[in-house]
Design a protein around this ligand. Structure first.
Ligand code: UDX
Length: 447
């Protein structure tokens, strides 16, 4: 009999994981504690913009015409416990307010709600990003609270999906990491992931702490790579070098690789910033804080990029105050192909300029609703052209394809001054300069 799978927490990670499990052929039951989320998902709708996810959901959600019917949603914990052989916990672990540490309350509450209903053997699989050591504690709490006792087993299986590529990353992961304590847990997870493993995804079996650490160290490495190239951008600015050429030349060394070496206003989003901070906090608790003090520097290089972008805009406007100046901001999402504005460098820069008296008008292809909710006092335009209309300076802050395809010449006709600052090093300077624009980017020579 095929395994039955449940997914607890149907946010970004959970909704994608649930749809992907149905796509792999399993019967899936998803649970969330927010009724609106469940209602949306039951209609085959996704509460965020993620390419391909809605289509995948609609292909499998029961009750939708032509669907496989393999995916259902509920708010009932007893139903979930009764249904599942394998339960994936996909709730989020945000940064604690006023602290670096991560907030485990959603994870703790998911385990506390599920465990008392586990009357038959089950494997509970944590996917959330947690401080190392959490799995060990949760395993003890799980078997103590479950009526089946030790037959309620835990495994840890970190998730590496990127926003904008969530479906692809979930169906074709570049690796599957499982922290397990028994042959049974490993066997069940091999069954769950037989599809991707058959296609060649490496399956890495570890202990609990290593599995937890793979995720936080992977994100720390990525953050380090971005801050490294941004530090090089600072040096290039001082020395008159070109960080884009530098990154290209570094990238040909395949020990370094060319990915994640795009200099600009730095990383944001719901993962990288909070994960490196939670990792530092946890290392401190373990007495290993010295090992991670470099992450403090990674964080501060990253945060100072935002301020440097603001200063570059000020300079482009002739120095002095932003008062009375019109600033167009292209991009609000923390990265392209996403409507996520959490800790978005683009919105942060827009907000800083607005607070200093600039008249900021923002446009983003998908992030407008979320941006308005977070920064209601900024100006918003319906199109890129409308945002640029009358602007004294244009800031390109999220590298959507739509912005690369803008017609520099006709945009120049509506702007009040042809000055564009590329905070993502993603536009072609030659094209913009040919259309009469002053093009400036971070870490590149002025002309
Ligand atoms: C990240 C990890 O990549 C993923 O594996 C993990 O599961 C969750 O966190 P995500 O937050 O979706 O994924 O975004 P990612 O693509 O990693 O980009 C993070 C930020 O770095 C974005 O703000 C992006 O604009 C920025 N970035 C990325 C750069 O500034 N330069 C680069 O070269 C690459």
């Amino acid at each position: 009999m095929a395994l039955k799978i449940t997914v607890i927490g149907t946010g970004y990670l959970g909704a994608t994981h649930a749809a992907a499990m149905a796509e792999l052929g399993f019967e899936v039951l998803g649970l969330d504690v927010v009724p609106e989320k469940i209602e949306m998902l039951q209609r085959g709708e996704v509460p965020m913009y993620e390419p391909g996810l809605e289509e995948l959901l609609r292909k499998h959600v029961a009750g939708i015409e032509g669907s496989s019917g393999r995916l259902r949603f509920t708010m009932d914990w007893a139903e979930v416990a009764d249904f599942g052989d394998v339960h994936f916990v996909c709730v989020n672990t945000p940064q604690k307010h006023g602290e670096y540490a991560c907030d485990m309350s959603y994870v703790d509450s998911a385990f506390a709600q599920l465990a008392p209903h586990l009357t038959r053997p089950a494997l509970v699989v944590g996917k959330s990003t947690v401080p190392v050591g959490s799995a060990d504690r949760l395993a003890r709490e799980l078997s103590a609270a479950a009526p089946v006792g030790a037959d309620a087993e835990l495994a840890w299986n970190p998730e590496f999906l990127r926003e904008g590529f969530a479906v692809q990353d979930t169906l074709h992961p570049d690796r599957i990491v499982v922290g397990v304590r028994s042959a049974n847990a490993e066997k069940l997870l091999r069954e769950v992931y037989a599809g991707p493993v058959g296609e060649g995804s490496p399956f890495v079996v570890t202990d609990f702490p290593t599995a937890e650490l793979v995720k936080t160290s992977a994100n720390s490495f990525l953050a380090t790579k971005i801050s490294f190239i941004n530090a090089m951008a600072e040096v290039c600015e001082a020395a008159g070098g070109d960080v884009v050429k530098l990154a290209e030349a570094l990238g040909y060394d395949d020990r370094i690789g060319k990915k994640f070496l795009r200099a600009g206003i730095g990383f944001g989003g719901g993962c990288l910033p909070k994960d490196i901070r939670a990792f530092m906090a946890r290392a401190g608790e373990l007495g290993a804080d010295q090992a991670l003090t470099f992450l403090r520097e990674i964080d501060s290089i990253n945060m100072r990029r935002r301020g440097q972008m603001v200063e570059m805009a000020r300079e482009a406007l002739g120095g002095g105050s932003f008062l009375g100046k019109r600033v167009a901001v292209l991009g609000a999402a923390f990265k392209p192909d996403s409507d996520d504005v959490r800790d978005s460098p683009a919105l942060n820069v827009a907000g800083q300029i607005h607070l200093q008296g600039g008249q900021v008008t923002v446009y983003d292809p998908k992030g407008m609703v979320n941006a308005r909710r977070l920064f209601p006092t900024l100006g918003y335009a319906e199109t890129a052209v409308d945002a640029v209309r009358g602007a004294d300076v244009v800031l390109h802050l999220t590298e959507w394809r739509e912005f690369r395809e803008l017609d520099a010449a006709s945009l120049g006709e509506v702007a009040s001054a042809r000055v564009i600052l590329d905070g993502r090093n993603a536009l072609d300077p030659a094209v913009w300069r040919a259309a009469g624009w002053t093009y400036r980017a971070m870490g590149r020579p002025a002309a």
